[in-house]
Design a protein around this ligand. Structure first.
Ligand code: ADP
Length: 432
Protein backbone atom coordinates (compact mmCIF):
# COMPACT_ATOMS: atom_id res chain seq x y z
CA UNK A 1 0.00 0.00 0.00
CA UNK A 2 2.83 2.31 1.03
CA UNK A 3 4.58 1.45 -2.27
CA UNK A 4 1.55 2.28 -4.37
CA UNK A 5 1.09 5.66 -2.69
CA UNK A 6 4.78 6.49 -3.15
CA UNK A 7 4.63 5.47 -6.81
CA UNK A 8 1.56 7.67 -7.41
CA UNK A 9 3.19 10.56 -5.56
CA UNK A 10 6.46 10.30 -7.55
CA UNK A 11 4.63 10.04 -10.87
CA UNK A 12 2.67 13.25 -10.20
CA UNK A 13 5.69 14.95 -8.66
CA UNK A 14 7.97 14.16 -11.62
CA UNK A 15 5.30 15.27 -14.07
CA UNK A 16 4.88 18.58 -12.19
CA UNK A 17 8.69 19.01 -12.08
CA UNK A 18 8.96 18.35 -15.85
CA UNK A 19 6.24 20.91 -16.50
CA UNK A 20 8.04 23.42 -14.25
CA UNK A 21 11.22 22.96 -16.31
CA UNK A 22 9.18 23.34 -19.49
CA UNK A 23 7.71 26.58 -18.12
CA UNK A 24 11.22 27.77 -17.22
CA UNK A 25 12.57 27.24 -20.75
CA UNK A 26 9.44 28.11 -22.75
CA UNK A 27 6.46 29.91 -21.28
CA UNK A 28 4.11 29.35 -18.31
CA UNK A 29 0.94 28.86 -20.39
CA UNK A 30 2.41 25.94 -22.30
CA UNK A 31 3.67 24.42 -19.05
CA UNK A 32 0.24 24.71 -17.37
CA UNK A 33 -1.50 23.21 -20.42
CA UNK A 34 0.95 20.30 -20.54
CA UNK A 35 0.53 19.72 -16.78
CA UNK A 36 -3.28 19.74 -17.07
CA UNK A 37 -3.25 17.36 -20.04
CA UNK A 38 -0.93 15.03 -18.15
CA UNK A 39 -3.15 15.03 -15.02
CA UNK A 40 -6.25 14.42 -17.13
CA UNK A 41 -4.56 11.54 -18.96
CA UNK A 42 -3.46 10.14 -15.55
CA UNK A 43 -7.06 10.33 -14.23
CA UNK A 44 -8.43 8.80 -17.43
CA UNK A 45 -5.96 5.93 -17.00
CA UNK A 46 -7.24 5.34 -13.43
CA UNK A 47 -10.84 5.50 -14.58
CA UNK A 48 -10.07 2.92 -17.28
CA UNK A 49 -8.50 0.47 -14.79
CA UNK A 50 -11.30 1.02 -12.28
CA UNK A 51 -13.73 0.12 -15.05
CA UNK A 52 -11.67 -3.02 -15.87
CA UNK A 53 -11.64 -3.96 -12.18
CA UNK A 54 -15.42 -3.49 -11.97
CA UNK A 55 -15.97 -5.60 -15.09
CA UNK A 56 -13.75 -8.33 -13.69
CA UNK A 57 -15.44 -8.21 -10.25
CA UNK A 58 -18.80 -8.94 -11.90
CA UNK A 59 -17.43 -12.35 -12.94
CA UNK A 60 -14.25 -12.90 -10.94
CA UNK A 61 -12.03 -15.54 -12.45
CA UNK A 62 -8.40 -16.29 -11.81
CA UNK A 63 -7.72 -16.75 -15.53
CA UNK A 64 -9.13 -13.40 -16.64
CA UNK A 65 -7.63 -11.02 -14.14
CA UNK A 66 -6.30 -7.90 -16.03
CA UNK A 67 -2.56 -7.17 -16.08
CA UNK A 68 -2.75 -3.42 -15.35
CA UNK A 69 -0.21 -0.69 -15.86
CA UNK A 70 1.71 1.40 -13.34
CA UNK A 71 0.31 1.10 -9.86
CA UNK A 72 -2.57 -0.98 -11.26
CA UNK A 73 -0.07 -3.66 -12.21
CA UNK A 74 0.78 -4.03 -8.52
CA UNK A 75 -2.88 -3.95 -7.49
CA UNK A 76 -3.86 -6.68 -9.99
CA UNK A 77 -0.78 -8.76 -9.11
CA UNK A 78 -1.71 -8.66 -5.39
CA UNK A 79 -5.31 -9.52 -6.23
CA UNK A 80 -4.14 -12.45 -8.35
CA UNK A 81 -1.96 -13.87 -5.52
CA UNK A 82 -4.74 -13.46 -2.95
CA UNK A 83 -7.26 -15.17 -5.26
CA UNK A 84 -4.90 -18.05 -5.90
CA UNK A 85 -4.26 -18.58 -2.17
CA UNK A 86 -8.00 -18.46 -1.49
CA UNK A 87 -8.87 -20.94 -4.23
CA UNK A 88 -6.10 -23.29 -3.04
CA UNK A 89 -7.37 -23.29 0.57
CA UNK A 90 -10.95 -23.69 -0.67
CA UNK A 91 -10.08 -26.76 -2.69
CA UNK A 92 -8.17 -28.13 0.33
CA UNK A 93 -11.22 -27.53 2.51
CA UNK A 94 -13.60 -29.19 0.09
CA UNK A 95 -11.32 -32.21 -0.29
CA UNK A 96 -11.12 -32.48 3.55
CA UNK A 97 -14.91 -32.23 3.73
CA UNK A 98 -15.26 -34.86 1.03
CA UNK A 99 -12.92 -37.20 2.92
CA UNK A 100 -14.87 -36.59 6.14
CA UNK A 101 -18.13 -37.33 4.32
CA UNK A 102 -16.69 -40.61 3.00
CA UNK A 103 -15.38 -41.53 6.46
CA UNK A 104 -18.73 -40.89 8.19
CA UNK A 105 -20.55 -42.77 5.44
CA UNK A 106 -18.28 -45.74 6.11
CA UNK A 107 -19.28 -45.70 9.81
CA UNK A 108 -21.61 -48.57 10.70
CA UNK A 109 -23.67 -46.20 12.89
CA UNK A 110 -26.14 -43.64 11.66
CA UNK A 111 -25.05 -40.06 12.41
CA UNK A 112 -27.40 -37.06 12.24
CA UNK A 113 -26.26 -33.49 12.95
CA UNK A 114 -28.98 -31.37 14.58
CA UNK A 115 -28.98 -27.62 15.12
CA UNK A 116 -30.19 -25.79 18.24
CA UNK A 117 -33.82 -26.10 17.05
CA UNK A 118 -33.42 -29.86 16.59
CA UNK A 119 -33.58 -29.48 12.80
CA UNK A 120 -31.58 -31.88 10.65
CA UNK A 121 -28.46 -30.26 9.20
CA UNK A 122 -26.75 -33.33 7.79
CA UNK A 123 -26.88 -37.14 8.01
CA UNK A 124 -24.81 -40.03 6.70
CA UNK A 125 -25.83 -43.06 4.65
CA UNK A 126 -26.44 -45.50 7.55
CA UNK A 127 -28.89 -42.93 9.02
CA UNK A 128 -30.87 -43.23 5.78
CA UNK A 129 -31.11 -47.01 6.21
CA UNK A 130 -31.72 -47.13 9.97
CA UNK A 131 -34.00 -44.11 10.43
CA UNK A 132 -35.52 -43.95 6.96
CA UNK A 133 -34.38 -40.34 6.37
CA UNK A 134 -34.58 -39.05 2.81
CA UNK A 135 -31.72 -37.05 1.38
CA UNK A 136 -32.62 -33.45 0.32
CA UNK A 137 -36.25 -33.97 1.37
CA UNK A 138 -35.63 -34.32 5.13
CA UNK A 139 -32.79 -31.84 5.53
CA UNK A 140 -33.85 -28.79 7.62
CA UNK A 141 -36.86 -30.72 8.99
CA UNK A 142 -37.20 -30.95 12.80
CA UNK A 143 -36.11 -34.49 13.78
CA UNK A 144 -39.29 -35.06 15.87
CA UNK A 145 -41.41 -34.67 12.69
CA UNK A 146 -39.67 -37.75 11.32
CA UNK A 147 -39.03 -39.81 14.48
CA UNK A 148 -42.40 -39.42 16.16
CA UNK A 149 -42.22 -42.17 18.80
CA UNK A 150 -43.24 -40.76 22.20
CA UNK A 151 -40.17 -42.23 23.96
CA UNK A 152 -37.83 -40.51 21.51
CA UNK A 153 -39.60 -37.14 21.73
CA UNK A 154 -39.47 -37.38 25.55
CA UNK A 155 -35.77 -38.30 25.43
CA UNK A 156 -35.04 -35.37 23.11
CA UNK A 157 -36.88 -32.88 25.29
CA UNK A 158 -35.60 -34.17 28.64
CA UNK A 159 -32.08 -32.98 27.69
CA UNK A 160 -30.57 -35.76 29.87
CA UNK A 161 -28.43 -37.69 27.43
CA UNK A 162 -26.02 -39.64 29.67
CA UNK A 163 -27.83 -42.93 28.86
CA UNK A 164 -28.82 -44.09 25.36
CA UNK A 165 -32.42 -44.87 24.46
CA UNK A 166 -33.45 -48.30 23.16
CA UNK A 167 -36.35 -48.42 20.72
CA UNK A 168 -38.04 -50.99 18.51
CA UNK A 169 -37.60 -49.79 14.95
CA UNK A 170 -40.84 -48.46 13.46
CA UNK A 171 -39.70 -49.85 10.12
CA UNK A 172 -39.33 -53.44 11.30
CA UNK A 173 -40.30 -54.88 14.71
CA UNK A 174 -37.32 -57.31 14.58
CA UNK A 175 -34.86 -54.45 14.74
CA UNK A 176 -33.89 -52.78 17.99
CA UNK A 177 -32.18 -49.40 17.72
CA UNK A 178 -30.08 -47.64 20.30
CA UNK A 179 -30.22 -43.86 19.99
CA UNK A 180 -27.84 -41.54 21.79
CA UNK A 181 -27.67 -37.76 21.62
CA UNK A 182 -24.30 -36.09 22.12
CA UNK A 183 -24.29 -32.29 22.52
CA UNK A 184 -21.38 -30.48 20.85
CA UNK A 185 -20.27 -26.95 19.92
CA UNK A 186 -22.82 -24.36 21.04
CA UNK A 187 -26.19 -26.08 21.29
CA UNK A 188 -25.63 -28.43 18.35
CA UNK A 189 -26.25 -32.14 18.77
CA UNK A 190 -25.15 -35.39 17.21
CA UNK A 191 -27.72 -38.16 17.08
CA UNK A 192 -25.99 -41.55 16.89
CA UNK A 193 -28.14 -44.50 15.90
CA UNK A 194 -26.95 -48.09 16.29
CA UNK A 195 -28.58 -51.41 15.38
CA UNK A 196 -28.39 -53.49 18.59
CA UNK A 197 -30.78 -56.27 17.51
CA UNK A 198 -28.06 -58.96 17.80
CA UNK A 199 -26.99 -57.85 21.30
CA UNK A 200 -30.64 -57.59 22.32
CA UNK A 201 -31.30 -61.13 21.05
CA UNK A 202 -28.35 -62.50 23.08
CA UNK A 203 -29.58 -60.61 26.14
CA UNK A 204 -33.08 -62.10 25.76
CA UNK A 205 -31.53 -65.58 25.34
CA UNK A 206 -29.45 -65.06 28.51
CA UNK A 207 -32.52 -63.95 30.47
CA UNK A 208 -34.61 -66.86 29.18
CA UNK A 209 -31.82 -69.31 29.94
CA UNK A 210 -31.53 -68.15 33.57
CA UNK A 211 -35.29 -68.16 34.02
CA UNK A 212 -35.60 -71.66 32.49
CA UNK A 213 -32.74 -73.15 34.51
CA UNK A 214 -34.16 -71.66 37.70
CA UNK A 215 -37.62 -73.08 36.91
CA UNK A 216 -36.20 -76.50 36.09
CA UNK A 217 -34.18 -76.61 39.31
CA UNK A 218 -36.99 -75.41 41.55
CA UNK A 219 -39.08 -78.62 41.43
CA UNK A 220 -36.30 -81.18 42.14
CA UNK A 221 -35.00 -78.96 44.93
CA UNK A 222 -38.44 -78.71 46.50
CA UNK A 223 -38.69 -82.53 46.41
CA UNK A 224 -35.22 -82.99 47.94
CA UNK A 225 -35.96 -80.35 50.59
CA UNK A 226 -39.26 -82.08 51.41
CA UNK A 227 -37.63 -85.50 51.82
CA UNK A 228 -34.82 -84.08 53.95
CA UNK A 229 -37.39 -82.43 56.22
CA UNK A 230 -39.33 -85.71 56.52
CA UNK A 231 -36.18 -87.63 57.35
CA UNK A 232 -34.96 -85.14 59.92
CA UNK A 233 -38.44 -85.21 61.51
CA UNK A 234 -37.98 -88.95 62.21
CA UNK A 235 -36.55 -88.24 65.63
CA UNK A 236 -34.77 -91.19 67.12
CA UNK A 237 -34.69 -93.22 63.90
CA UNK A 238 -31.59 -91.54 62.58
CA UNK A 239 -28.28 -92.16 64.15
CA UNK A 240 -27.01 -89.02 65.99
CA UNK A 241 -23.77 -89.38 63.97
CA UNK A 242 -25.65 -88.80 60.72
CA UNK A 243 -27.93 -86.04 62.02
CA UNK A 244 -25.39 -83.16 61.46
CA UNK A 245 -25.07 -84.23 57.81
CA UNK A 246 -28.81 -84.05 57.37
CA UNK A 247 -28.83 -80.61 58.95
CA UNK A 248 -26.08 -79.46 56.57
CA UNK A 249 -27.92 -80.86 53.55
CA UNK A 250 -31.07 -79.09 54.68
CA UNK A 251 -29.23 -75.77 55.15
CA UNK A 252 -27.64 -76.01 51.69
CA UNK A 253 -30.96 -76.93 50.07
CA UNK A 254 -32.60 -73.93 51.71
CA UNK A 255 -29.76 -71.73 50.40
CA UNK A 256 -30.12 -73.08 46.88
CA UNK A 257 -33.88 -72.51 47.01
CA UNK A 258 -33.29 -68.92 48.11
CA UNK A 259 -30.85 -68.33 45.23
CA UNK A 260 -33.34 -69.78 42.75
CA UNK A 261 -36.17 -67.67 44.14
CA UNK A 262 -33.97 -64.55 43.85
CA UNK A 263 -32.93 -65.46 40.28
CA UNK A 264 -36.59 -65.90 39.33
CA UNK A 265 -37.46 -62.57 40.96
CA UNK A 266 -34.64 -60.92 39.00
CA UNK A 267 -35.75 -62.33 35.65
CA UNK A 268 -39.36 -61.32 36.40
CA UNK A 269 -38.16 -57.78 37.14
CA UNK A 270 -36.02 -57.70 33.99
CA UNK A 271 -38.88 -58.86 31.79
CA UNK A 272 -41.44 -56.40 33.20
CA UNK A 273 -40.04 -53.01 32.32
CA UNK A 274 -43.23 -51.21 33.33
CA UNK A 275 -45.08 -51.50 36.63
CA UNK A 276 -48.21 -53.67 36.55
CA UNK A 277 -49.59 -53.36 40.10
CA UNK A 278 -49.20 -49.65 40.72
CA UNK A 279 -51.17 -48.36 43.72
CA UNK A 280 -50.98 -45.69 46.39
CA UNK A 281 -48.88 -47.09 49.22
CA UNK A 282 -49.60 -46.15 52.84
CA UNK A 283 -45.97 -45.49 53.74
CA UNK A 284 -46.59 -45.16 57.47
CA UNK A 285 -48.07 -48.67 57.66
CA UNK A 286 -45.41 -50.08 55.35
CA UNK A 287 -42.48 -48.60 57.25
CA UNK A 288 -43.92 -49.71 60.59
CA UNK A 289 -44.16 -53.23 59.18
CA UNK A 290 -40.53 -52.98 57.98
CA UNK A 291 -39.50 -51.79 61.43
CA UNK A 292 -41.22 -54.75 63.11
CA UNK A 293 -39.63 -57.20 60.62
CA UNK A 294 -36.15 -55.76 61.27
CA UNK A 295 -36.67 -56.03 65.03
CA UNK A 296 -37.83 -59.62 64.64
CA UNK A 297 -34.77 -60.49 62.54
CA UNK A 298 -32.46 -58.80 65.01
CA UNK A 299 -34.05 -60.70 67.93
CA UNK A 300 -33.28 -57.83 70.28
CA UNK A 301 -29.59 -57.74 69.41
CA UNK A 302 -29.74 -54.27 67.82
CA UNK A 303 -31.36 -50.98 68.63
CA UNK A 304 -33.63 -50.46 65.60
CA UNK A 305 -35.37 -47.04 65.40
CA UNK A 306 -37.84 -45.69 62.85
CA UNK A 307 -37.85 -41.91 62.19
CA UNK A 308 -41.05 -40.94 60.31
CA UNK A 309 -40.24 -37.35 59.37
CA UNK A 310 -42.07 -37.03 56.05
CA UNK A 311 -45.84 -37.29 55.86
CA UNK A 312 -46.18 -38.46 52.27
CA UNK A 313 -47.15 -41.63 50.43
CA UNK A 314 -45.78 -43.17 47.23
CA UNK A 315 -47.36 -44.53 44.08
CA UNK A 316 -45.77 -47.77 43.00
CA UNK A 317 -45.81 -51.52 43.46
CA UNK A 318 -46.29 -52.45 47.12
CA UNK A 319 -44.61 -55.84 46.74
CA UNK A 320 -41.62 -54.51 44.85
CA UNK A 321 -41.00 -51.57 47.18
CA UNK A 322 -41.47 -53.72 50.27
CA UNK A 323 -38.93 -56.16 48.84
CA UNK A 324 -36.37 -53.40 48.03
CA UNK A 325 -36.69 -51.61 51.36
CA UNK A 326 -36.65 -54.80 53.41
CA UNK A 327 -33.51 -55.84 51.53
CA UNK A 328 -31.78 -52.76 52.91
CA UNK A 329 -33.03 -53.18 56.49
CA UNK A 330 -32.23 -56.91 56.43
CA UNK A 331 -28.69 -56.15 55.20
CA UNK A 332 -28.25 -53.57 57.97
CA UNK A 333 -29.18 -56.21 60.58
CA UNK A 334 -26.96 -58.87 58.93
CA UNK A 335 -23.90 -56.65 58.59
CA UNK A 336 -24.10 -54.93 61.98
CA UNK A 337 -22.64 -56.76 64.98
CA UNK A 338 -24.85 -57.27 68.08
CA UNK A 339 -25.45 -54.14 70.22
CA UNK A 340 -25.25 -52.07 67.04
CA UNK A 341 -27.62 -49.24 66.11
CA UNK A 342 -29.87 -49.17 63.04
CA UNK A 343 -31.89 -46.06 62.10
CA UNK A 344 -34.58 -46.08 59.42
CA UNK A 345 -35.51 -42.62 58.07
CA UNK A 346 -38.38 -41.36 55.90
CA UNK A 347 -37.58 -37.72 55.05
CA UNK A 348 -38.20 -35.01 52.47
CA UNK A 349 -35.17 -33.68 50.58
CA UNK A 350 -36.20 -30.74 48.47
CA UNK A 351 -38.91 -32.02 46.12
CA UNK A 352 -37.84 -35.66 46.59
CA UNK A 353 -38.52 -38.10 49.39
CA UNK A 354 -35.76 -40.28 50.79
CA UNK A 355 -35.85 -43.66 52.50
CA UNK A 356 -32.56 -44.34 54.28
CA UNK A 357 -31.13 -47.06 56.46
CA UNK A 358 -28.16 -46.04 58.58
CA UNK A 359 -26.18 -48.59 60.56
CA UNK A 360 -22.99 -48.55 62.59
CA UNK A 361 -21.94 -51.98 61.36
CA UNK A 362 -18.88 -53.33 59.57
CA UNK A 363 -19.01 -50.79 56.70
CA UNK A 364 -17.68 -51.24 53.16
CA UNK A 365 -14.44 -50.07 51.57
CA UNK A 366 -14.92 -47.32 48.96
CA UNK A 367 -13.67 -49.37 45.99
CA UNK A 368 -16.48 -51.95 46.45
CA UNK A 369 -19.29 -49.36 46.38
CA UNK A 370 -19.73 -49.00 42.58
CA UNK A 371 -20.03 -52.80 42.19
CA UNK A 372 -22.45 -53.63 45.03
CA UNK A 373 -25.50 -53.90 42.75
CA UNK A 374 -23.84 -56.43 40.42
CA UNK A 375 -25.21 -59.96 40.59
CA UNK A 376 -23.38 -62.16 43.12
CA UNK A 377 -21.01 -59.35 44.09
CA UNK A 378 -20.16 -59.72 47.75
CA UNK A 379 -17.58 -57.87 49.81
CA UNK A 380 -17.17 -60.80 52.19
CA UNK A 381 -18.68 -63.97 50.70
CA UNK A 382 -18.20 -65.94 53.93
CA UNK A 383 -20.21 -63.48 56.01
CA UNK A 384 -22.83 -63.15 53.28
CA UNK A 385 -23.34 -66.94 53.17
CA UNK A 386 -23.33 -67.35 56.95
CA UNK A 387 -26.12 -64.81 57.29
CA UNK A 388 -28.23 -66.41 54.53
CA UNK A 389 -27.28 -64.02 51.71
CA UNK A 390 -27.51 -64.85 48.03
CA UNK A 391 -25.49 -61.93 46.64
CA UNK A 392 -28.53 -60.93 44.57
CA UNK A 393 -30.32 -58.62 47.03
CA UNK A 394 -28.94 -55.26 45.88
CA UNK A 395 -29.22 -56.31 42.25
CA UNK A 396 -32.95 -56.86 42.84
CA UNK A 397 -33.12 -53.48 44.62
CA UNK A 398 -31.53 -51.77 41.60
CA UNK A 399 -34.12 -53.20 39.19
CA UNK A 400 -37.03 -52.29 41.45
CA UNK A 401 -35.75 -48.72 41.82
CA UNK A 402 -35.38 -48.48 38.05
CA UNK A 403 -39.11 -49.35 37.73
CA UNK A 404 -39.89 -46.48 40.12
CA UNK A 405 -37.47 -43.92 38.56
CA UNK A 406 -35.73 -43.89 41.93
CA UNK A 407 -31.99 -44.00 42.61
CA UNK A 408 -29.80 -45.73 45.17
CA UNK A 409 -27.05 -43.86 47.02
CA UNK A 410 -24.56 -45.55 49.32
CA UNK A 411 -22.15 -44.01 51.79
CA UNK A 412 -19.96 -46.20 53.92
CA UNK A 413 -16.83 -46.20 56.07
CA UNK A 414 -15.17 -49.51 57.02
CA UNK A 415 -15.59 -50.07 60.75
CA UNK A 416 -17.97 -47.12 61.18
CA UNK A 417 -21.09 -48.20 59.29
CA UNK A 418 -23.10 -47.66 56.13
CA UNK A 419 -25.98 -45.56 54.91
CA UNK A 420 -28.13 -46.89 52.04
CA UNK A 421 -30.51 -44.28 50.61
CA UNK A 422 -33.35 -44.58 48.11
CA UNK A 423 -34.32 -41.26 46.53
CA UNK A 424 -37.84 -41.17 45.05
CA UNK A 425 -38.57 -38.37 42.56
CA UNK A 426 -41.40 -35.85 43.08
CA UNK A 427 -43.60 -37.57 40.45
CA UNK A 428 -43.93 -40.65 42.74
CA UNK A 429 -45.05 -38.66 45.81
CA UNK A 430 -48.66 -38.29 47.03
CA UNK A 431 -49.80 -36.39 50.11
CA UNK A 432 -50.60 -38.80 52.96
P1 ADP B 1 -25.97 -60.45 50.07
O1 ADP B 1 -27.06 -61.41 49.90
O2 ADP B 1 -24.62 -61.05 49.93
O3 ADP B 1 -26.12 -59.59 51.26
P2 ADP B 1 -26.56 -58.05 48.60
O4 ADP B 1 -26.69 -57.85 47.13
O5 ADP B 1 -27.72 -57.72 49.45
O6 ADP B 1 -26.07 -59.53 48.76
O7 ADP B 1 -25.32 -57.19 49.08
C1 ADP B 1 -24.10 -57.23 48.37
C2 ADP B 1 -22.95 -57.03 49.34
O8 ADP B 1 -22.96 -55.70 49.83
C3 ADP B 1 -23.01 -57.90 50.54
O9 ADP B 1 -22.43 -59.15 50.28
C4 ADP B 1 -22.23 -57.11 51.57
O10 ADP B 1 -20.86 -57.41 51.43
C5 ADP B 1 -22.46 -55.66 51.15
N1 ADP B 1 -23.45 -54.98 52.02
C6 ADP B 1 -24.75 -54.77 51.74
N2 ADP B 1 -25.34 -54.09 52.74
C7 ADP B 1 -24.39 -53.85 53.66
C8 ADP B 1 -24.36 -53.15 54.92
N3 ADP B 1 -25.45 -52.58 55.43
N4 ADP B 1 -23.18 -53.11 55.57
C9 ADP B 1 -22.08 -53.67 55.06
N5 ADP B 1 -22.04 -54.33 53.89
C10 ADP B 1 -23.17 -54.43 53.18
Amino acid sequence: MQDIRLKAFWTLFLWAFGCLLLGWFTNAHLAWLTYLCGVLAYLAGHLYWIHRLYQWALKPSLNFIPNGKGIWEDIFANLYHEMRRHSRSQSQLSSTLERLRHATSALPDGVVVLNNRNEIEWFNEPAVQRLGLKRHHDESQPIYYLLRQAEFVEYLQAEEYSEPLKLKSWRSPDITLELQIIPFASKQRLLICRDVSAIEKTEVMRRDFIANVSHELRTPLTVIGGFLETISDMQGEISPDIQPYFDMMQAQTTRMRRIIEDLLTLSRLENNVTLKDETEIDMKAMLQQLHRDAQALSQGQHQVTLHMEANVNLTGSYNELMSAMSNLTTNAVRYTPPQGKIDIYWQMRGEDVVFSVQDNGIGIEAHHLPRLTERFYRVDSGRSRDTGGTGLGLSIVKHILHHHQASLQVESEPGLGSCFRIVFPAQRILPA
